[in-house]
Every structure is written in structure tokens, then in C-alpha cells.
Design a protein around this ligand. Structure first.
Ligand SMILES: [Mn+2]
Length: 427
């Protein structure tokens, strides 16, 4: 039977309307001191597409299926949304064409102190950042994540799902079996999964949970009609053919091209763009003051943006601005020959006046020893920049630097727990 090809995408304003009206009502309730009813659905501070899609979708689900008013909050300043072009693109495909107006950012809440809400749903991370200190003790009412489980909020979180997968959006999608899922929202979740799994590439980061979720989402998304015409029948498309389907391939490519096109960003924005921060109390040092570490993931090799002292200058400035003692710069890129995946890591320890009497050289030594001994990271001395990108390190007497090449499979999801283990090791 002949089926006409339909290339016109379904446009869907349902999601945009939900977001805009939630934001307006929430901010009004905050001003009227009535925000207690609300739950904040929040992803991590790196603000990638997975975190945005997951927090938006979980807010929709909790509002519609459980009748609990829930608002997604992006853990970033409004202007930083521009640092990730793939996010803007996926949001616009989902009908959210004015995300700076329609979504809630930290910027929107900066004037309220203490933080105006105390109920949190955490997605794409599983520990509430200490900077959220509301007037009432915070309660974490839900956790859905795919990072290493820190085993918190066992008694209060429902659901509490912390399972490895390519994308957190896949876990969120699995909660939608009986809840209405508007096409725009399905497109947003599907886009996140495609970005996180290299378009569902076989033997890549996608696991069965991701493939199953992508199948479910594709058929509910704004691309659904193009899918069935490509397939030539209404038979359910299985994941392998979803990977092969033209419309999914082109969406994946579009998103990945935008994600990797960061040529408009300078070193400072590259360090900020995909950034997470951690605090540790060190059992081996007589200080109770926390040590603060930042991990920046950068999709360009060091030689292309950090050479000739840029790593040191911009790293030092960023560490000063954030109050960091440790900065790890994790690069991921494809090699010039054969396009093989590669990763480098540049580590900076910055000696500063606090905590008082702290032994930063001991800290640096423990860090180098721990990293170099780790069986998964498999670090090797960097061929070009082993001790920094300039020779005259005397310009930065406050910095200790080591740069490595590493196991190309180990992302920040692996590196962050290794760093924690090194720093929190007894004695
Ligand atoms: Mn994620």
C-alpha cells in the first residue's frame, strides 16, 4: 500500500506552554511566600542535554501523574545556555524556542535568600549540592540517575533509581509507560539519549535500557511519522534498525556536529562549558576545611587551545574565581590518524592561603601517586606537556601541574570517583 512521505515535522507547543506557565506560577508563589508546595526537579551543574531533558521530563511526570507541582531548575546562569549549541537545537526541535524565557535558571532565583524551596527531585546526579540551603531542612523526594551511587536519601526518595546506563533520560523514559508523553518531550529525551550514546552506536555506550527507551520515544516523538514511512510498514521498529534509520542518523549527526563545534569558544568558556565541582574532607590531614576540586570536560585536544601557557593562565584564573584547590581538565577528541578516540588529563593543584597551614605539596604528591597507580585510568606521561604547556613555570609558582594521556574509554564518570577515593583515603 502506498504511503505518502511526510517530511513536515509535527510542531508541539505543549511542552513550551507547560514550562512557561510553571515558571510564571512558581515565581509568583515564591514572591507570595507560597512556594512550599513545589518540588524542584534538578539535574547536575554541567548542564548537558541529558541533565536538561531529564529534569524537564521528571517535572512533567511528577506534575501530571502524581499531581504534585514540580518545576525544572537548570543549575546554570541563564547566559550560559549559549555555551552548548546542541541544547538550544534539541530544545527548539521540542517546541521550546525561547528557552531563556521558558526555563527556570539559577539567575531567576539569585535574589531569594534563603533558597525558596526545600523539596528536591534529583536527576542525573544523586547528591544535593551544599549550596542549596533553604529555610527548612531540604528533603530529597526522588532520585533518578546513572552515576556512581552515593547511597543517600534511601528513606525519602521515591522513586530511587540509580543504575548505570548511557543516558539518565533512558531511566526517566521508563517511568512514562502510563503517563501522557507529548511529542516535543519525547523528542527532547530521545535527543539526549542519541547525544550520550553516539546515536545508539552498537558496542558503544548504549545499553539495553537506552535502546528500549529510544524505541519507545522515537514512536512518540515529532519524528514518528518519518520513521514509519522509512520503514515502509507499521511494524514496530527494533533498536538495531532504529540505529540504521535515516531520520535517527541525521538527528544524531546534527546534534553531535553542534556539540563538537566549540570553535567559537575561548579557553575560559571551554573550562566552564562542561564543568562539575566536588568537595572533600581529607582524613589524612589535620584540617576540617573542605578541599574543593573542579573537573572540566573539553572536546578539543590541549595543543589546540591550551598551549603556550593558556592552560596555566586560564586555569589559574578559573581556580581563583571558583575557590578551587584542584582542577582536572579532561579532554576527549579524535586522533588525526584513523580518527581514534583519545583522552588527555591536565591536573593543576593551586596553593592558596586557605585552609591555613595546609600542605599543598603533600596534596599534589598524593594526587599524582593515586592517578598514576589507578588501573582503569591507565595514565601515561603526556608527550608534549607533561609538566605544563610552558617551560617557564616560575611565572606560576602557586601551581603544581601534571599532564597525562589516558585510557580513551574512561570519562569523568570514572575519573570523579577515582579522585574521591584518592583524596578520602585514610592516612
Ligand atoms: Mn547524564
Amino acid at each position: 500500500m502506498y504511503k505518502p512521505q511526510r517530511h513536515t515535522l509535527v510542531t508541539d507547543s505543549v511542552l513550551a506552554d507547560f514550562l512557561a506557565s510553571s515558571k510564571e506560577r512558581y515565581l509568583q508563589d515564591v514572591r507570595d511566600d507560597k512556594a512550599d508546595e513545589w518540588t524542584i526537579s534538578m539535574g547536575n551543574e554541567a548542564g548537558d542535554l541529558d541533565t536538561i531533558a531529564s529534569s524537564v521530563a521528571f517535572a512533567w511526570l511528577r506534575t501530571k501523574a502524581f499531581n504534585k507541582p514540580t518545576i525544572p531548575l537548570l543549575q546554570m546562569d541563564r547566559d550560559d545556555l549559549d555555551l552548548r549549541v546542541e541544547n538550544l537545537h534539541a530544545l527548539s526541535l521540542s517546541g521550546v524556542s525561547q528557552p531563556k524565557d521558558q526555563l527556570l535558571f539559577l539567575t531567576d532565583l539569585a535574589e531569594f535568600n534563603p533558597f525558596p524551596s526545600h523539596k528536591f527531585a534529583l536527576v542525573d546526579h544523586n547528591r544535593l549540592a551544599s549550596k542549596f540551603s533553604p529555610g527548612k531542612p531540604p528533603v530529597v523526594v526522588a532520585v533518578v540517575d546513572h552515576h556512581v551511587d552515593e547511597n543517600m536519601y534511601i528513606d525519602t526518595a521515591e522513586p530511587r533509581i540509580v543504575i548505570p546506563s548511557g543516558s539518565c533520560a533512558s531511566h526517566i523514559s521508563s517511568l512514562f509507560e502510563t503517563t501522557e508523553l507529548p511529542p516535543g518531550l519525547a523528542t527532547l529525551l530521545l535527543s539526549a539519549i542519541l547525544v550520550d550514546t553516539d546515536g545508539l552506536k552498537p558496542n558503544g555506550k548504549a545499553v539495553d535500557i537506552d535502546r528500549k527507551a529510544a524505541d519507545f520515544l522515537a514512536h512518540k516523538s515529532t519524528f514518528a511519522s518519518s520513521l514509519s514511512s522509512v520503514n515502509g510498514s507499521n511494524a514496530s521498529i527494533v533498536s538495531s534498525s532504529l540505529f540504521d534509520s535515516a531520520v535517527i542518523k541525521s538527528l544524531s549527526e546534527e546534534l553531535s556536529t553542534k556539540k563538537n563545534n566549540v570553535s567559537h569558544l575561548g579557553p575560559r568558556d571551554l573550562l566552564r562549558r562542561d564543568y562539575k565541582e566536588y568537595e572533600y574532607i581529607l582524613p589524612w590531614h589535620a584540617t576540617d576545611a573542605p578541599i574543593r576540586a573542579g573537573l572540566s570536560t573539553v572536546p578539543i585536544r590541549l595543543s589546540e587551545w591550551a598551549a603556550d601557557g593558556k592552560l596555566e593562565i586560564e586555569g589559574d584564573a578559573w581556580m581563583k574565581e571558583r575557590g578551587l584547590h584542584i582542577l582536572g581538565v579532561l579532554t576527549a577528541y579524535r586522533g588525526a590518524t584513523k580518527g581514534k578516540r583519545k583522552r588527555e588529563m591536565a591536573w593543576i593543584v593551586r596553593t592558596s592561603s586557605s585552609p591555613a597551614d595546609f600542605d599543598f605539596d603533600e596534596l599534589a604528591q598524593r594526587l599524582w601517586t593515586g592517578l598514576e597507580a589507578d588501573p582503569v585510568l591507565e595514565v601515561k606521561e603526556h608527550k608534549k606537556f607533561a609538566s605544563g604547556t610552558i617551560n617557564f613555570t616560575s611565572s606560576f609558582p602557586q601551581l603544581r601541574i601534571r599532564v597525562y594521556s589516558q585510557n580513551p574509554q574512561a570519562t569523568r564518570k570514572v575519573t570523579a570517583p577515582v579522585l574521591k577515593t584518592i583524596l578520602e583515603a585514610p592516612l
